[in-house]
Design a protein around this ligand. Structure first.
Ligand SMILES: Nc1nc2c(ncn2[C@@H]2O[C@H](COP(=O)(O)OP(=O)(O)OP(=O)(O)O)[C@@H](O)[C@H]2O)c(=O)[nH]1
Ligand SMILES: [Mg+2]
Length: 350
């Protein structure tokens, strides 16, 4: 009897893998209801028939699990794939699910897809269908814009190597339409199966594990770069603060110096005014003194002149008195002489 067609469904945690598997296969695998990751291990859905072919879908735990590391998830998927390959079963293809409602494909979504690509290997990409779901959560315009961006940018390298991109509308018909896209492919050997079984590599040395490590390294590097940048920002902020403080002190110093200069100029101006005033007062005093001295000299001169006049007058009076005295003395002598002559010498005038 023919082997059933086996298709693995992969993608980030919570992207709707189990829901897709349940709808397509009418299984009842547990679907997540909270933010917690749901499917812990690889699990097989009920076998179902599509276009007369038996199909088995393989549900996988999602990367970016809330409780397990990506390395643990990879180990889980890798172990299953290696065992199946050893047992002679091949995958007809892989479905990689992505929520169109996710705003970006960078960061975690981009990292998950890189792990998936390294798990498949380039040659298997023609057996891959990239499924976008959750279209009901965005407007048609936004969804179509994102779909265009995905196909022309993030998913382009995979599409160029033969991967297909299909929308899923969360119903059985849509799920079967997607499965039909790969069910007739030649089964593939995934890169990780080749690495683990043919090359006997340990899972940690596979390309997918290296992608995880590279991503961890990159995250570490990014983290270190962020820490370094934060430190630089702090140092710069401190320098700027210091510079601001220095400038403020400088401005304060300049302001104080300016105030001091103005105060000094004001003091000098007042001092100059005071000296001019003193000089003016001294000049005034000298002028008064000069006037007083001239007045005094004039008064003395007048005094001397008057004394001289007085002396002259007194001398004239004295001379006149002397003259008068001499005249009187002559008159007396004359009279005396006359008396002597008349009395012959016996008559006395009493
Ligand atoms: N609107 C909408 N919701 C969906 C769709 N597919 C899944 N969901 C919801 O998304 C949530 C997660 O779905 P799951 O199928 O458990 O996702 P998963 O990828 O299996 O998650 P893990 O097992 O944790 O990796 C559930 O609440 C689903 O009902 C879809 O196409 N449209
Ligand atoms: Mg699940």
């Amino acid at each position: 009897m023919d082997q059933p067609i086996r298709i693995a469904v992969m993608g980030a945690t919570g992207c709707g893998k189990t829901t897709f598997v349940n709808i397509a296969s009418r299984s009842n695998l547990q679907v997540g209801t909270s933010l917690q990751s749901c499917t812990p291990d690889v699990q097989l859905a009920n076998e179902f028939t599509l276009d007369g072919r038996r199909v088995v879908l393989i549900d996988t735990p999602g990367f970016d699990d809330t409780t397990k590391s990506d390395t643990d998830i990879l180990r889980n998927i890798a172990t299953f794939l290696a065992t199946s390959y050893k047992n002679g079963s091949r995958l007809a293809g892989l479905i990689y699910m992505h929520r169109i409602s996710d705003e970006r494909f960078t960061g975690i979504a981009g990292r998950n897809f890189k792990i998936f690509r390294d798990l498949c290997g380039e040659k298997s990409l023609k057996n891959v269908v990239l499924v976008t779901n959750m279209w009901g959560r965005v407007s048609v315009g936004v969804g179509e814009d994102r779909e265009r961006e995905l196909s022309s940018d993030f998913l382009k390298p995979a599409l160029d190597k033969g991967a297909q991109m299909v929308r899923h509308h969360n119903n059985e018909q849509s799920a079967h339409h997607i499965i039909r896209r790969i069910m007739n492919n030649h089964p593939v050997v995934l890169q990780i199966q080749h690495e683990l079984v043919d090359e006997r590599k340990d899972v940690v040395n596979t390309a997918a594990a290296k992608a995880i490590n590279a991503e961890l390294e990159e995250e570490k590097r990014r983290h270190e770069a962020e820490v370094k940048k934060a430190q630089e920002d702090i140092a710069r902020a401190l320098r700027e603060k210091e510079e601001q403080t220095r400038r403020r002190i400088e401005e304060e110093k300049t302001r104080r110096e300016e105030e001091l200069r103005k105060a000094r100029e004001e003091r000098e101006r007042i001092e100059l005014q005071r000296r001019q005033e003193v000089e003016r007062v001294e000049q005034e005093a000298r002028r008064f003194e000069e006037q007083a001295r001239a007045g005094r000299e004039r008064a003395e001169e007048e005094h001397r002149r008057q004394v001289a006049m007085l002396n002259e007058h007194l001398a004239a009076v004295a001379a006149a008195a002397e003259t008068a005295r001499q005249v009187m003395e002559q008159q007396i002598n004359h009279l005396h002489h006359q008396v002597q002559q008349h009395s012959g010498g016996s008559c006395m005038i009493m």
